[in-house]
Design a protein around this ligand. Structure first.
Ligand SMILES: *Cc1c(COP(=O)(O)O)cnc(C)c1O
Length: 383
């Protein structure tokens, strides 16, 4: 009997997405900022803001939300932005596009989040911003980073692509920085295929964010009757997703409790199913510190070496299980070397990047497929 391969990820319809998309189609309004976008904004503001004056703006991706945040910083060439080397390229590109120098910090070996002690050493008179990434949805040390930002007048932009629906203490991830960004790419917990959002926690920054997102025009104010002309007033680009995507996204957002309950169950299934094997094989499982409510974005293993990690990926592939590694360190990438700096090196990033493997974790994985993954992993003795 042949069994089908278990993909690393597969997006699913989890609630009222199709009904909402049908309603959007029937409404005759398909461009951005219609009723479904407004409903997504309200929900995101409630989830991330928790009563604070947070504003949400849907974007076409997390990449674009980061670009919008970078535009809002008015960066000058030579300004520096500190970010982890262990992240997706967009975290760096968004600021590099504005002429800023990405300064790479290493990560902590326990949470795989940016090392705040290194950030403190990397701050110079040119530093303008710091961009923490809550890796796998486990919070960065926001107390230390906020203190540094206060002391040196830096803007904190949380790349919260992994951390949506996670928390640190009582506070939602994405509520700590002046800005935070979300991704609704199909590999994320909540998705509309491609999409994102900029969350703005500083009310003074909202008006300009709306203008830059609307091609540098005051169109949003015009439609609210706040100005009598709609014209070009600033730099900008087009970052609005269509109402079709917002309608799909609304269905996912409304079903978030269901999505998270299932992901949490699967995550715990991996942890309990792999604990004994991991202990005897010298493999580390994810570390979630006290006080961090993680959103079950990712289940990863840290193998003892690159050779063992590659052997495990091959072993799983032979058994029809697709597991992937990430991230390739940015500080040693061709572009990172060309335009970035890492004065303290990123030794932990290099090591973790070699040793990490992510297991399939998605809404429709189910118990039977998860059992196959666990059996495939625990039959590996190549470490
Ligand atoms: C997925 C991801 C992004 C990019 O998201 P898009 O919506 O695909 O642009 C950025 N940063 C991190 C940390 C991510 O995981």
């Amino acid at each position: 009997m042949t069994t089908t391969a278990i993909p690393f990820n597969r997006p699913a319809v989890v609630g009222d997405e199709m009904r909402h998309v049908g309603e959007a189609l029937a409404s005759g309004h398909l461009s951005g900022d219609g009723a479904f976008t407004r409903r997504c904004h309200a929900l995101l503001e409630e989830i991330v803001g928790q009563g604070r004056p947070t504003r949400a703006l849907l974007t076409t991706s997390c990449t674009h939300a980061l670009e919008l945040a970078a535009l809002l910083l008015d960066l000058a060439p030579g300004d520096e932005v500190i970010l982890p080397s262990f992240t997706f390229v967009s975290t760096a590109n968004a600021f590099a596009l504005r002429g800023a120098v990405p300064v790479f910090a290493d990560i902590r070996p326990d949470t795989l989040c940016i090392d705040a002690a290194q950030v403190a050493e990397l701050v110079t008179s040119r530093t303008r911003a710091v961009v923490p990434v809550h890796y796998a949805g486990v919070a960065c040390d926001m107390t230390a980073l906020d203190a540094l930002a206060q002391k040196h007048g830096l803007t904190v932009i949380e790349d919260n692509a992994h951390g949506f629906l996670g928390a640190l203490g009582e506070r939602a991830l994405g509520s700590f920085g002046a800005f935070s960004t979300l991704s609704f790419h199909e590999t994320k917990n909540i998705t509309c295929g491609e999409g994102g959002a900029l969350l703005i926690n500083d009310p003074a920054l909202v008006e300009r964010a709306e203008i830059l997102r609307e091609k540098g025009t005051n169109r949003s104010q015009f439609f609210r009757g706040q100005v009598d002309k709609y014209t070009w007033v600033d730099l900008g680009s087009s970052y609005l997703p269509s109402e079709l995507l917002a309608a799909f996204l609304l269905g996912q957002l409304e079903a978030r409790a269901r999505v998270q309950a299932e992901r949490g169950r699967l995550w715990e299934g991996y942890r309990s199913g792999l604990a004994d094997w991991a202990r005897s094989a010298g493999v580390a499982l994810p570390h979630v510190p006290e006080g961090c409510a993680q959103p079950f974005h990712m289940f990863y293993l840290l193998l003892p070496s690159l050779a063992a990690r590659q052997a495990l990926i091959a072993h799983l592939r032979e058994r029809g299980v697709l597991a992937v590694f990430h991230y390739v360190p940015l500080d040693s990438s061709p572009m990172g070397r060309r335009i970035g700096r890492a004065p303290l090196g990123c030794a932990v990033t290099a090591e973790i990047s070699d040793r990490l493997v992510r297991l399939p974790l998605f809404f429709e994985l189910g118990d039977a497929q998860q059992r196959r993954v666990i059996e495939a992993v625990t039959s590996f003795d190549g470490v």
